[in-house]
Design a binder for this molecule. Structure first.
Ligand code: ZN
Length: 251
């Protein structure tokens, strides 16, 4: 039987530990899960967030985005986010690869964050690529009821998140693949590992010799491939893990 103490030992002896995070790390901050029993996709039709919908009726897509996808202003990172930031700050975590768009890893203090699905912190111009804070884009939507426009060229702004039917951002994906291949400990945290291509990263890491660790509230389809599975609350497991890493590292 291996457990958190063994994992801490692996991390201390690792040259590159990588974390892949999903919605389960943010539910403890009060964000709804997307695919769970009370998830957003049980209430909303995902076809409203296909890339074609954005092209055909950007006003409507933006109004839906503002209503359902804006994180609360008082959203805060929870102990799981903070633990990963801590692990990076003591030089024991190479990168966080996240499927989340909430920006909570960065708010927690993580520096090397790869966002596979983009981020709700910014909007980006579809014509000239200018980025603006999501707040100013949302203010336009709220005052006009229409899709916001680029302050430089007047082009259509879009939320900087991936819509259904779109490929993942190429740079983020290749960075994620690179880290998965380089890692010798790969932790999948709070992700059901059902969404491609993020779910291919753990196997890529494992095939390159990494120890695969799954930390999640419920079993996942990949548990059978893992060197260690921890079923528990990520906001409890990660702080105790980092405490153990600190203790071992000081020995
Ligand atoms: Zn523009």
């Amino acid at each position: 039987m291996v457990d958190v103490a063994d994992l801490a030992g692996w991390i201390v002896n690792s040259g590159c530990t990588v974390a892949l995070t999903g919605a389960g790390i943010s539910t403890a901050s009060g964000l709804p899960d997307f695919r769970g029993p009370s998830g957003i996709w049980r209430r909303l039709d995902p076809s409203g967030f296909e890339i074609d919908a954005l092209r055909e009726d950007p006003d409507r897509v933006w109004r839906m985005f503002v209503e359902h996808f804006l994180p609360d202003a008082d959203l805060r990172p929870n102990p799981a986010h903070l633990a990963l930031a801590d692990l990076e700050s003591i030089g024991r975590l190479c990168a966080v690869i996240t499927q989340n768009v909430d920006g909570l890893h960065q708010i927690a203090g993580s520096r090397n964050v790869i966002e596979l699905h983009g981020s709700t912190r910014e909007a980006v111009c579809t014509s000239c690529g200018t980025r603006v804070e999501i707040r100013s884009a949302v203010a336009q939507v709220r005052s006009t009821g229409r899709a916001p426009r680029c302050p430089h060229c007047g082009g259509l702004l879009r939320p900087d998140v991936i819509f259904f039917g779109e490929p993942l951002p190429r740079e983020a994906l290749s960075a994620a693949i690179g880290y998965a291949a380089r890692s010798d400990v790969f932790m999948a945290i709070g992700t059901s590992l059902t969404v491609a291509p993020a779910n291919s990263l753990p196997m890529r890491a494992k095939l390159n010799g990494a120890k695969l660790v799954i930390i999640n509230g419920e079993p996942t389809e990949m548990d059978g491939e893992a060197d260690l599975v921890i079923n528990g609350k990520v906001e409890e497991v990660l702080p105790s893990l980092v405490q153990e890493v600190r203790r071992l590292a000081e020995e």
